[in-house]
Structure formats: structure tokens, C-alpha cells
Design a protein around this ligand. Sequence first.
Ligand SMILES: O=C(COP(=O)(O)O)NO
Length: 250
Amino acid sequence: MAGSGKFFVGGNWKCNGTKDSISKLVSDLNSATLESDVDVVVAPPFVYLDQVKNSLTDRIEIAAQNCWTGKGGAFTGEISVEQLKDLGCKWVVLGHSERRHIIGETDKFIGTKAAYALSQNLGVIACIGELLEEREAGKTFDVCFQHMKAFADAVPSWDNIVIAYEPVWAIGTGKVATPEQAQEVHVAVRDWLSKNVSAEVASKTRIIYGGSVNGGNCAELAKQEDIDGFLVGGASLKGPEFATIINSVT
Ligand SMILES: O=C(COP(=O)(O)O)NO
């Protein structure tokens, strides 16, 4: 299991950065003082994974933002799990709403990727979350449970999975979920795991929140019993602020 701390914080850099800006960000992360019981992961764009892995402190693992569904080969433009592991990746983000709603990845396609990644001992940060119109229609739990079922139907084990609840309406908008809104879904997801997988998996699986987390709102969110960390976008591109977020999870 890649990382077994009680808490987990990921930085999803998305399609951002240059060699120079990433060098500065890595330097800021290397000089940060980080809490001990938090597993920390950053997910650079593919093209910077090697640079980051070879310059970042070992205290922080690297993740990919996507992967192919199986072994490499004649799949133009894809990146295989084997290649990601060759670069030192320990995790991969799968099911991110930007890949579901911009790229059009389906639950089944995402599940296939998750199953293969886990079969090769690459940890999976499994993203779930509803659109604003789905929340407004009272379908938040239905959508999140649909995403959970798609992962559960595909994965060989839950040992190396972190669940990231990321309400789509909070991603990149500055409209962070309230601690109560986030906690309500995290509790429901943990209960779903207990009922559909096992009480043990429900208890040990880290469920992290993502969607406009920043240095100002992280502490209130982190106080919630079932928020085990964060998956941070924009604020993870600022080293000192990302360190503040990491250290808020206790
Ligand atoms: O997509 C996100 C969150 O992004 P923001 O923090 O920028 O809302 N994490 O994967």
C-alpha cells in the first residue's frame, strides 16, 4: 500500500506549469515543514513527472493525472501504468470530473483503468462527484453511489484506493462546499462502502475532499470527522499555501 498515513493530501496540478515554474514550486515544497501523519502526493502534467520526481523531496510522492487501460503498445498518445511506475509514480488520479465531463470518459472506462492500475500496484485516487444540476435535483447521493459502484465493480481490492469527493460545482469556482455539505457526502460514501464492500474497508479507506480548497477554508473542512484530507487544484500550485493545507489536516 503506497502510503498508510491516517490522512492524505494530493495536489492536482492539472494542465499547468512550465519547467521553470515547476522548478520554483518544487523548491518551495522542498523547503516546507510538513506534518508527519499526512501522505502527500503531487500530480504534475505527464511531461514534467521525471523532472519533479528527480528534484522533489522523498517526503512527497508523485502521481499521474491519468493512465491507459492496460499494457503499453500501439495506443498513440497514451501513457501506460508501466511507464508511470518506471518514472516513480505511486498513484494515479482516475475519474476526475474534467475527464468525465470534458473528455467524456465513462464509468466503465474509468473502472477498467482503475482495475489495471491496482493490479500493477499503482494506487488509485478515485474521483467522484455531482454536477450542480444533479445536486439541485437532489441526486447527489445517486450520482456519487453510481461512481462508487463503477469502481467497486471493477477493482480487485480497496487496499490501495483513496476516494476523492469533488463536487463539480466547487471545482475551480471558488464556491467551496460547506464543511456540512462535504461531511454529509463523506459519511454517505463511507456508509455505502460499509454496506456494499465491508466495514473494514469503510473504516480504513481515506475519503478526501476537493473543490476550491485553499489556505483560508481548509482548517474548517479538516475538522469534519469524515474528511481525511484534500485533493487540491489551484492552491496546490502555490507551495506555501499547499503546505498550509497539508498541515491543516490533523
Ligand atoms: O479538481 C480539483 C480541485 O480543483 P480546485 O482546487 O482548483 O477547485 N482537484 O482534483
